[in-house]
Design a protein around this ligand. Structure first.
Ligand code: ZN
Ligand code: FE
Length: 255
């Protein structure tokens, strides 16, 4: 069994993602940032859209839902906590729900913080997670609707996934995130090396995603709240992890 994952740019800095199970022929879009690029990619691949898996209600993740639904008659699945804010929903899901996708099982993880109902999708058999605006490469989503503890506990859930889990996120923010990350851990050799690789990729207009849980653990400051050098730089040697996270998030908001 094979799951093809196709990621492509949408809007200014969003990603469209299609997943396709070669055995059943099923295709799903992770979010619907924009109709045209998704339609074109489906046509190029010769796939028909069966499902849209929505992560949260922000316009840059849902704007393509209704035109896609009209064009393909696809089923729209999204977070129970934001059902009233997402157009065209056919089915709501929450943590613990498992979706059948051909031979694959897709697990729903509640990851609130960026928005109150934000969910992520995890496919253990394919070692892949779709986390939208919860975790970014070298960053995390802005805590817009939720609280710092809420966002931190969502990130802790993602940290618990296996290190070799491929992580697809909502936005290409990596280069700017790297500049901020280096202010928190200027002498982390893994981060310094990664920042160089990111600059090279972006100079070539290439995507820096997907990432992996293991790579983020080694380089993402928002996940490195227990590292002594990070705590020392922030002057928070004995603070709770959630408070160190909150301080880093606040610094990034003002960066
Ligand atoms: Zn968002
Ligand atoms: Fe977004």
């Amino acid at each position: 069994m094979t799951l093809i994952i196709d990621q492509f740019p949408c809007r200014s800095d969003n990603f469209g993602v299609l997943i396709h199970d070669t055995e059943s022929g099923l295709t799903a879009a992770i979010d619907a940032p924009e109709f045209d690029p998704i339609k074109h990619r489906l046509a190029e691949r010769g796939w028909k859209l069966d499902q849209i898996l929505v992560t949260h209600h922000h316009v840059d993740h849902v704007e393509g839902i209704l035109p896609l639904k009209q064009a393909y008659g696809c089923t729209v699945i999204g977070p129970a906590g934001e059902a009233d804010k997402i157009p065209g929903l056919d089915r709501t899901v929450k943590e613990g729900d498992v979706l059948d996708f051909g031979a694959y099982k897709i697990e729903v993880i509640d990851t609130p913080g960026h928005t109150l109902g934000h969910i992520s999708y995890y496919i253990p058999a394919a070692k892949v997670a779709f986390v939208a605006d919860t975790l970014f490469a070298l960053g995390c989503g802005r805590v817009i609707e939720g609280t710092m503890p809420m966002m931190w506990s969502s990130l802790e859930k993602l940290l618990a996934l296996p290190d070799d889990t491929a992580v697809y996120v909502g936005h290409e923010y990596t280069q700017a995130n790297a500049r901020f990350a280096l202010t928190i851990e200027p002498s982390n050799p893994d981060l310094v090396a990664r920042a160089g690789e990111i600059d090279a990729l972006r100079a070539d207009s290439k995507s820096t995603l997907p990432t992996t849980i293991g790579l983020e653990k080694r380089t993402n400051p928002f996940l490195r709240v227990d590292v002594p050098a990070v705590r020392e730089l922030l002057g928070m040697p004995d603070a709770a992890a959630v408070d160190v996270f909150g301080e880093i998030r606040t610094r990034k908001d003002n960066f």
